[in-house]
Design a protein around this ligand. Structure first.
Ligand SMILES: Cc1cc2nc3c(=O)[nH]c(=O)nc-3n(C[C@H](O)[C@H](O)[C@H](O)COP(=O)(O)OP(=O)(O)OC[C@H]3O[C@@H](n4cnc5c(N)ncnc54)[C@H](O)[C@@H]3O)c2cc1C
Length: 420
């Protein structure tokens, strides 16, 4: 067992996705007595099936001013990456209204400036989390390739690139036949790529998180499989215990890192946080005959492409809907169709398909911090960037709970911002 400082507080972390596992590790490293509770196995929520991109570049929210023009077009086009579970729309309307209100130039710039400190050092944050563990070789340095049909497609994306340039990210743009020399997997229809240096990716996100949970146990942390039903406060409003379907766990502090399911848990605490599921899908092409040299983002189809241990994973699309119903067939069919067109020479032995829930707030920013002075901390709402930002979020939460002051402006992640 590795040596850690003397324990100080008894802490329960609810939810063992990337955010919860990272929080638990940093809390344990700070010397606390930490129990990590998940209703299933660690790493089986959204953290399981994402594209595995350490997306330091993903500082620009989906809600740019362009969304006002793109959204109606997406809704009309059966080949667009946006799907809607229409039956859920009436319940989602307040969230959608707030979401669209953020699609202005002013708000986009504010969100870019808020998300940047959470994302820009993500690869280093993952390395700090895994240093000296057996999962070290699952985090890889890489470039990131954004794939367009032609230069005009890249130019049409100028707003997003201008926003990225504000935080120092300017790509190398390559056009013409040389595109296929750099990434031979791509069809000849793709004549333009924009390449960012200094990025990273994970080769099996689900196993990565599960292995981090095992590492947490080697530090003396406990992992418990139980469903958390409630968080109980004492007469002074301070957390006293976490109740599960099996047992209750007395604690000095609790951390809610339950992804989309944080919505129900915080509702039990009397909060109505606007959190909705952006349902996303992946297809894994097993034993592919070709893979890209670097992870890619297919900009038209809005999906990431990442060569992983289990095959070539294509992950993306957004389906607005709830987190209580099962997968739809159309997003999977579309991913397969786009992949067949983009990688026409690739053959494979079979496919695996998956759907998961991005936990999304209308302002595209997670909630990180304490609920009042209750000793209940939250770290959820990481939408498209949870794998990337999970380790830093966990580190920030551990610092806050340990009475330190994280070196980052947390005001825009304030969990109380939706109650004002
Ligand atoms: C298709 C797709 C592609 C994506 N690609 C990327 C990418 O390339 N890069 C990136 O950074 N992000 C990506 N994301 C987003 C990322 O996956 C999520 O933001 C991130 O995984 C959220 O992590 P989390 O720890 O908050 O939640 P989760 O991973 O969902 O974990 C929550 C955990 O809480 C547990 N839980 C819930 N309720 C309870 C309860 N009552 N009691 C006990 N346990 C409970 C669940 O079982 C689960 O294990 C993608 C998402 C999707 C869907």
């Amino acid at each position: 067992m590795a040596t850690v400082p003397t324990m100080t507080k008894v802490i329960v972390v609810v939810g063992a996705g990337i955010v919860g596992v990272a929080s638990a590790i940093w809390l344990r490293r700070a010397g606390h007595d930490v129990t990590l509770i998940d209703k299933g196995a660690p790493g089986m929520g959204a953290s399981y099936g994402n594209a595995g991109l350490l997306a330091q570049w993903a500082v620009v929210p989906v809600t740019t001013p362009k969304l006002w023009r793109d959204a109606p077009r997406y809704l009309m086009d059966p080949n667009s990456p946006l799907f809607v579970k229409w039956g859920h729309v009436p319940r989602m309307l307040p969230w959608l209204a707030q979401y669209m209100r953020n699609a202005t130039d002013k708000r986009t710039r504010q969100i870019v400036s808020s998300l940047s400190p959470l994302l820009l050092d993500a690869v280093d944050q993952h390395r700090s989390l895994i240093q000296g563990t057996s999962v070290e070789n699952w985090v890889r340095d890489s470039k990131m390739t954004f794939v367009y049909r032609n230069r005009a497609g890249f130019d049409a994306d100028a707003y997003g690139w201008r926003m990225k340039a504000i935080v120092g990210m300017t790509p190398t743009v390559i056009t013409g036949d040389v595109v296929q020399e750099i990434e031979p997997i791509l069809s000849a229809d793709h004549r333009c790529i924009a390449v960012l240096e200094g990025q990273g990716h994970v080769t099996d996100p689900g196993k990565y998180v599960a292995s981090l949970a095992q590492y947490f146990e080697t530090l003396g942390g406990r992992v418990v499989c139980a469903e958390v039903r409630d968080l109980q406060k004492g007469p002074d409003g301070q957390i006293i215990c976490v109740q599960t379907d099996q047992d209750h766990f007395d604690c000095d502090a609790a951390v809610i890192t339950a992804g989309i399911w944080s919505k129900e848990l915080t509702r039990k605490l009397g909060l109505r946080i606007p959190l909705e599921a952006e349902r996303g899908y992946h297809v894994i092409f097993e034993n592919p005959t070709e893979t890209p040299y670097n992870p890619m983002m297919m900009v038209d189809g809005k999906f990431g492409v990442n060569a992983m241990d289990m095959g070539l994973r294509c992950a993306g699309t957004v389906e607005l809907g709830d987190h209580h119903t099962g997968p739809s067939t159309a997003p999977i069919a579309l991913l397969k169709k786009h992949a067949a067109a983009a990688f026409p020479r690739m053959s494979f032995s079979g496919t695996q398909e998956w759907m998961g829930f991005r936990p999304s707030t209308p302002d595209s920013m997670p909630l990180i911090g304490e609920l009042g002075s209750s000793g209940i901390f939250v770290g959820f709402g990481h939408q498209h960037i949870g794998l990337t930002a999970g380790p830093k979020t966990g580190r920030i939460l551990a610092q806050m709970i340990s009475g330190q002051h994280p070196n980052i402006d947390l005001s825009t992640f304030d969990p109380a911002r939706f109650s004002r």
